[in-house]
Each structure stands twice: as C-alpha cells, then as structure tokens.
Ligand binder design. Structure first.
Ligand SMILES: Nc1ncnc2c1ncn2[C@@H]1O[C@H](COP(=O)(O)OP(=O)(O)OP(=O)(O)O)[C@@H](O)[C@H]1O
Ligand code: SF4
Length: 277
C-alpha cells in the first residue's frame, strides 16, 4: 500500500507556502506564520526546501546552528521550545554560495528532507509543519508533490504582491495546486502598502486590492493583506545584536504585523481542518 513518509507520522497538519515569483515575501510570510501559530500555543516545524536560496536560517536568527543526526534521522534546529527549523542552509559549508544542482539531485535532496527528518514524536506530536518552497513551479515542487502524495496535507497558502496579481504566475501556481490535489487555503497579498515608521499610518504606494479581486475571480479564499513594515526588517536584522537578549519570538510579539497575521492565520484555523493523526 502507498503510504506517506514515516517522518510525518507525528505531524498533525502540513501547510505549504507558495509564490509565483521570487522576492514577494514568501519566506517572510512563512516565518510570520510560524511565529503566529507558535504564539497561539501550537508546536511548529518549518521545512525550507528553497534549495537555491535558503533564507530561513537567517530569518529565524539561527544561521550558525547545526542539525544533528540521530538513529531516526536528522534532528531539526530548535529555534525555541516548540519551534523547529530544517533547511539546506544548515548543511552547506559556505552559506554565501547558492547551490547549483540539476533536477535529479534536487529531487533526491527533497526526498531525503521529507523522509529523514524527525518531526515530533508519539508523546509530543507536531501541530503544524510549514513547507517553504522556491518560487514558481520547479523540480522542487514536483518532488514535494510526489512525496506528499499520500500525506494528506492541509493545503497551500499562495503569496503574491500588488504588482504581481495580474500576471499569469499566480494562476500557474494555482493550476499546479489543482493538478497535484493541494487545496488552496487562500491568497495573501504581501507588501500591500507601507507602514510609516513615524506615525504608523499605512499608505498604499502601489495599487492594492488586486489579491482580493484575484481570489474572487477564481473563487478562492482571500486571507488578507500584509503591508511593508520597516520594523519587521529591522527585527530580522537586529536579532544578532542590539536586541537586549530578546528572542525573535519576543521581538515579533511587539511587531505591528502580528495582529494582521493573527487575522490571516485565524481564517485558516477557522476551517478546522482535520488532524492527519
Ligand atoms: N511585509 C513586509 N514588510 C517588510 N519587509 C518585508 C515584508 N515582506 C518581505 N519583506 C522583506 O523583503 C525581502 C524579501 O522577502 P523574502 O525573502 O521573504 O521573499 P521571498 O519571496 O521568500 O524571496 P525568494 O523567492 O528570493 O526566496 C526580505 O528582506 C524581507 O525581510
Ligand atoms: S505618513 Fe505621516 S509621519 Fe509618515 S512620512 Fe507621511 S506624513 Fe510623515
């Protein structure tokens, strides 16, 4: 009988984060989704399968950490209790070099990432596994779809920006989800307006509302829009120094994007999707 990878035996929910193009803030949305779920008491694992540009170790401020092998497989890096990260960034020797691999090598790596990482345990199952994917629909996507074929993931969050929504890339991403049977949990419009660092007023620099229109035209849920908040960038950059010993979790607690993310994640939680285990 076909079965999902054993490493997912103790994972209750699997959510993928996709985007049609690079640089729209997919990794930031993944990071914030993890922090938001964690703040609500869930245990969260994040798997970074963006093999050519793994940015999550830096975002979570754990770039210098290492993954360890156990008899059951790789142990992901613990960012803090109940928050874990696995990324190729931990395995490559020079983190400033992006990997240039052909399809079969990428496919093999993703297979290993899905099969050989210990997520949760019988006594402490993982509530959410978030999978951050590269932009577009590449070898990595085909490999992950193959690995998750029998794993019953909750579905995918699609991240776009106001400038991107009218392009065909988002539709391609949605077609991909339809083909591989990933439910589209909803569309998020990131970089939608700019929060002034002085008065916290949000100004729409580009036109906004495209994400909502797109979801309406495709009859898909709209999860919300996230403005550009310079304090979020600062929070990521400041982690190593000048944080007065505060962790990323504590810093994000004060970020103005947190209540916005709470609403976005609330819409997914409201779906009450059944646990896989
Ligand atoms: N809402 C936001 N407010 C402030 N900065 C943001 C926001 N979203 C993204 N950024 C910043 O924009 C940059 C690009 O974001 P990110 O790395 O998340 O994009 P990405 O889509 O994952 O890119 P890639 O496809 O290259 O991996 C980062 O420096 C990130 O901190
Ligand atoms: S939003 Fe207000 S405080 Fe911010 S730059 Fe504009 S005028 Fe100044």
């Amino acid at each position: 009988m076909e079965a999902p990878p054993k490493s997912l035996n103790h994972v209750k929910h699997i959510v993928l984060i996709l985007s049609g193009k690079g640089g729209v803030g997919k990794s930031s949305v993944t990071t914030q989704t993890a922090l938001t779920l964690h703040a609500q008491g869930y245990s969260v694992g994040v798997l970074d399968i963006d093999l050519t540009g793994p940015s999550l170790p830096r975002m979570f401020g754990v770039e210098e950490r290492q993954v360890h092998q156990s008899t059951n497989g790789w142990i992901p890096v613990q960012v803090c209790p109940k928050l874990y990260l696995m990324s190729l960034g931990f395995l490559i020797s020079n983190r400033n070099n992006s990997v240039v691999w052909r399809g079969p090598k990428k496919t093999a790596m993703i297979k290993q990432f899905l099969q050989d990482v210990c997520w949760g345990s019988e006594s402490e199952p993982l509530d959410y596994l978030l999978i951050d994917t590269p932009p577009g629909t590449s070898d990595e996507h085909i490999a992950i779809a193959e690995e998750l074929r029998w794993a019953n993931p909750d579905g995918a969050i699609i991240v776009t920006t106001p400038q991107q929504v009218s392009t065909a890339d988002v539709r391609k991403e949605i077609n991909f989800c339809n083909k591989v049977n990933f439910e589209v949990l909803g569309i998020v419009e990131n970089m939608s307006g700019f929060i002034c660092p002085y008065c916290a007023e949000c100004t729409n620099i580009f036109s906004s509302g495209g994400g909502k229109q797109l979801s309406e035209s495709l009859a898909l849920p709209y999860l919300g829009n996230i403005p550009i908040d310079p304090s979020f960038v600062e929070l990521i950059e400041l982690q190593d120094n000048n944080t007065k010993g505060k962790s990323l979790v504590e810093l994000y607690d004060k970020c103005s994007l947190k209540p916005i993310m709470n609403e976005i994640i609330g819409k997914i939680l409201q779906k009450n999707l059944p646990s896989r285990i």
